[in-house]
Design a binder for this molecule. Sequence first.
Ligand code: ADP
Length: 256
Amino acid sequence: QGGSPFQIKPLHEGCHVRKVYGVVSGKGGVGKSMVTSQLAVTMQRRGHRTAILDADVTGPSIPKCFGIHGRAVGSEDAILPVQTETGIQLMSVNLLLEHETDPVIWRGPVIGGVVQQFWGDVLWQDVDYMFVDMPPGTGDVALNVFQTLPVDGVIIVTSPQDLVGMVVEKAVKMAQMMNIPIVGLVENMSYLACPDCGRKIYLFGEGKTQEAADRYGLPLLAQMPIDPALAALVDAGRIEDFQGSWLSAAADRLEC
Ligand code: ADP
């Protein structure tokens, strides 16, 4: 181990994780956790053994999407991931807090240490695809977390307003600087479909994410609308019941 807080810990004995994908965003509130959850749901539905490591330690929202409010159980040297209704393995700081409403106010390096433990001290069972809900942004917290996990690739979630402030460019550059392959961009909250006529209303303009994707030579994996039905399912903790297939192209790419 060598004592460095940023060395990647080995997995716990007997555990196996095949692929690790980080889901990142330039800033908070663009739907990163929702995309992480939906990617996991999609892969699990396709028959892959799937897990989510919630590394968004100060704003953990993954358990809530899946309606999980219980606590993870563990012993001194290992902790069991919680299983969702469809069998997705999950670990989040919210599953360890006494009250899930307790705020987490740790600094970057401490968060990096917690995530390192989530990787090495959790008994992940034969995972084909692990999705990591990364801390938002490109600051030291995100960087610390990146340095503690063996990430095979990242998916960058953006919203059309995001492109104005160059936050996506920063996320692209961070991944490039860390030599982590970028699977592609997912644009969320791209449009609203009129419930009467189905016409797409591009609230924040159309085509900007495609332009950015072209500029960086990255695939645009999905353009997801603002969907009140999706928001309601997330609020009810029933994301596994969502039937939308906006992320199937992203899932295809992860499978190859
Ligand atoms: P982030 O992880 O980037 O902070 P979240 O995934 O937590 O963002 O999303 C923020 C809120 O917006 C959540 O309540 C989520 O359910 C909602 N949301 C995200 N994307 C959509 C969408 N496409 N349609 C409707 N609601 C959405």
